[in-house]
Design a protein around this ligand. Structure first.
Ligand code: ZN
Length: 432
């Protein structure tokens, strides 16, 4: 592969300030590649050789291809399109001290608050518009430096470097303008949409950092950008999905929303979305869903923690993920990660054949760690599953860092995975 994957990844991330935008960009890409969009409210008539995708809520997407031999099993990769941010409340303007206008926000997910300060921010999301045909949803991206959350100067807060507590209701309100700006915010959103203010009925708007992504380091080893968790995995799974040759199974690309708030929405991994799509696909192709699921495999792809250069003590004593050293397979005894001996062996073997290195992540036994999509998805679609990711630093920062070589590793692994044939044989898996 000689393509500049990181350049493409960074432009995908820059064009995807919210899950809505990521989903639209993926849909545009799939349409350009000859895929047909299916609607959940319509009847589906699928045929061998067909390429399809479905969206839910405009912020989650599942794409798949029917092999010429029909539907036998599903090879799925799942990632999430949302990232921690601040959601703007409907009644946004906060006139302040007769001098300023701030915006009223609340946290979406668990971010590193300090990283959101003193950097230019903007606003993106979606709006519900009143039109002649009813209520229409439209994406909005103000796409200019618009807001900033200022720190208190060190001279006024001498303890600022001694472990700062951030109160989201006080410390994290972004500055939008002077006193006159109080009337401007709703008008600005309406102008960005090219509609009248009174026709904007409701919004889902989020802050996003404007700092552009970059490749850096002594040898260009590192890659930094907002939203690497999890748009790096979304991008790699998508590219691998599109490049994969036809195999015996249905390749399924799943991009969910709301992972950062527990996945429990209709468009999250905890919903019926995946199950619905698989059931309808099997039904439309005359296959028996339960037999297909017994021949299926899910890779849950969500970024992992690299060993921190200043704080190696947070990593496990033996499993110490390193950026640029390949795909991280995640283990957790309490099954917050779905990986087990069967799924780890199968996925690591697949990577070995694709000449992609793998490494392991486990939490320190005395640190709880995070959760991800795998165990939530498999509660609905019960198949063999492995949790993986790419090693990164500063997860949930407004500006995260990963390894510049790892993007290609995951694309290669995904390409190989989607074209492979996993088949349960008793307690094991045969892998072709
Ligand atoms: Zn994630």
């Amino acid at each position: 592969m000689d393509q500049n994957w990181n350049e493409q990844l960074l432009s995908f991330i820059a064009a995807s300030p919210t899950a809505f935008h990521a989903c639209r960009n993926l849909a545009d890409r799939l349409l350009g590649e000859g895929y047909t969009e299916l609607k959940e409210e319509d009847a589906w008539s699928l045929s061998p050789g067909g390429r399809y995708f479905v969206r839910r809520n405009g912020s989650a997407l599942i794409a798949f291809r029917i092999p010429s031999g029909g539907v036998r099993g599903f090879l799925m990769m799942a990632a999430h399109a949302d990232s921690p941010s601040f959601k703007i409340k409907e009644h946004a303007a906060v006139p302040t001290l007769g001098m300023y206008t701030r915006l009223n926000v609340e946290k979406y997910g668990g971010m590193l608050c300090a990283s959101w300060m003193d950097r230019p921010l903007s606003v993106a999301g979606r709006a519900a518009l009143r039109t002649e045909n009813g209520i229409e949803m439209r994406l909005v991206n103000v796409d200019r430096d618009l807001l900033l959350i200022p720190h208190v100067a060190i001279h006024m807060d001498r303890s600022a470097n001694d472990g700062k507590k951030f109160d989201p209701n006080t410390d994290m309100l972004p500055l939008f303008g002077d006193a006159e700006a109080a009337e401007r915010f709703d008008a600005l959103i309406a102008e960005s949409l090219g509609v009248k203010k009174e026709d904007v009925l409701a919004t889902d708007l989020f802050l996003y950092p404007r700092t552009p992504g970059t490749v850096w380091g002594a040898k260009g080893e590192y890659l930094s950008s907002p939203r690497l968790d999890d748009l790096q995995c979304v991008f790699c799974c998508t590219e691998g999905f599109l490049r994969a040759e036809e195999g015996e199974s249905v390749p399924v690309l799943c991009v969910f929303d709301n992972e950062e708030v527990g996945s429990g929405t209709k468009q999250g991994a905890g919903s019926s979305f995946l199950q619905d799509v698989l059931a309808r696909t099997a039904e439309s192709c005359g296959a028996e869903l339960r037999r297909c699921l017994a021949r299926s495999f899910l890779v849950s792809a969500d970024n992992a923690h690299a060993v921190h250069p200043n704080h190696p003590e947070y990593a496990d004593r033996n499993d110490r993920p390193e950026m640029n050293k390949g795909i991280v397979i995640k283990y957790n005894a309490n099954q917050r990660y779905t990986t087990d001996a069967v799924s780890a062996a199968a996925f690591a073997e697949l990577c070995r054949r694709a000449e992609v290195p793998t490494q392991r992540f486990t939490n320190r036994a005395d640190l709880p760690g995070g959760s991800t999509l795998g165990n939530i998805s498999t509660a609905h679609v019960s198949v063999d599953s492995v949790d993986i990711g790419l090693a990164q630093l500063a997860m949930h920062s407004a500006y995260e860092t990963a390894g510049s070589k790892d993007t290609e590793f995951l694309i290669r692994a995904a390409e190989r995975f989607f074209a492979s044939a996993f088949l349960r044989r008793g307690d094991g898996i045969s892998l072709q």
